[in-house]
Design a protein around this ligand. Structure first.
Ligand SMILES: Nc1ncnc2c1ncn2[C@@H]1O[C@H](COP(=O)(O)OP(=O)(O)OP(=O)(O)O)[C@@H](O)[C@H]1O
Ligand SMILES: [Mg+2]
Length: 238
């Protein structure tokens, strides 16, 4: 059985709006793949379809070879897939600690504390602030919390939607160091949606470039960084 998350000929529409057309991609455990493309290219829609938050028009989503297409989002954690959503979506009126607890509800409660300590080891800034209301955290801390909350469910695959958005370079570097460790040390497979191409390809093993709902280019990170077609797709020229 393949230890992979994959989409096969996935298409997503919202009414008459076609967002994703015929997208096939794979990520293996311990690997990071970047999903790149200009605004509106369809990146978030792919992550939502994988999570079961939108129903694909056609095509399928498989986790370890098992077809999970269209299964509801609340079962995603049980399948081993977690999402760090665009805009973080932390629970602002709950404390940092309570946010992490919510992330871990699918796991045995006896393990919550130990798992939380692992999150604090990964993000030491979060440990000091565990009783603070999440809405009062800085943008960088909220992003760390969003990643920590997703990791509480012990995912095999982590989908990250623009984790560096709005963060200062120093904080971005800290967040990305953790993204590296998530794959290297925890063996998690990551799909990383990112506007910053160089940044994404500095941590990714491979990447897919989207334009207007389709994959127009894919390959190793080394190949993509040197590819002129990547920059064209980004500017919406292809
Ligand atoms: N709920 C929705 N209803 C209607 N159209 C939608 C909806 N969500 C997304 N779309 C459309 O689908 C297309 C793809 O959107 P999507 O959010 O997947 O792009 P994206 O690549 O994540 O863009 P960005 O980089 O700006 O986040 C866009 O044209 C968008 O307007
Ligand atoms: Mg998006």
């Amino acid at each position: 059985m393949s230890r992979q998350l994959e989409t096969l000929s996935l298409s997503v529409s919202y009414g008459d709006v076609v967002a994703v057309t015929d997208v096939s991609l794979q990520v293996s455990e311990g690997e990071v793949v970047a999903l790149l493309g200009a605004n509106g290219a369809g990146k978030s829609s792919i992550l939502k379809a994988i999570m079961g938050m939108v129903h694909p028009k056609s095509g399928s989503v498989r986790v370890h070879g098992e077809d999970v297409t269209g299964q509801p989002a609340h079962t995603a954690a049980r399948r081993g897939v977690a999402l760090v959503p665009e805009g973080r979506r932390i629970f602002k009126r709950m404390t940092l600690r309570e946010n992490l607890e919510v992330g871990g509800v699918t796991q045995p409660s006896s393990e919550t504390n130990a798992r939380m300590q692992e999150m604090f080891d990964l993000f030491p800034r979060l440990r000091e602030r565990q009783h603070q209301l999440a809405g009062t955290l800085s943008g960088g801390e909220q992003q760390m919390l969003a990643i920590g909350r997703a990791l509480m469910s012990k995912p095999t695959f982590l989908l990250m939607d623009e984790p560096s958005l709005g963060l200062a370079p120093l904080i971005t570097a800290q967040v990305y160091e953790v993204v590296r460790r998530i794959s290297r040390d925890l063996g998690i497979g990551g799909i990383l949606v990112e506007q910053n191409v160089e940044l994404a390809l500095s941590v990714a093993d491979r990447g897919y470039v989207m334009s207007r709902g389709r994959i127009v280019l894919s390959g190793t990170a080394d190949f993509l960084v040197r590819s002129p077609a990547l920059h064209q797709a980004y500017l919406g020229m292809s």
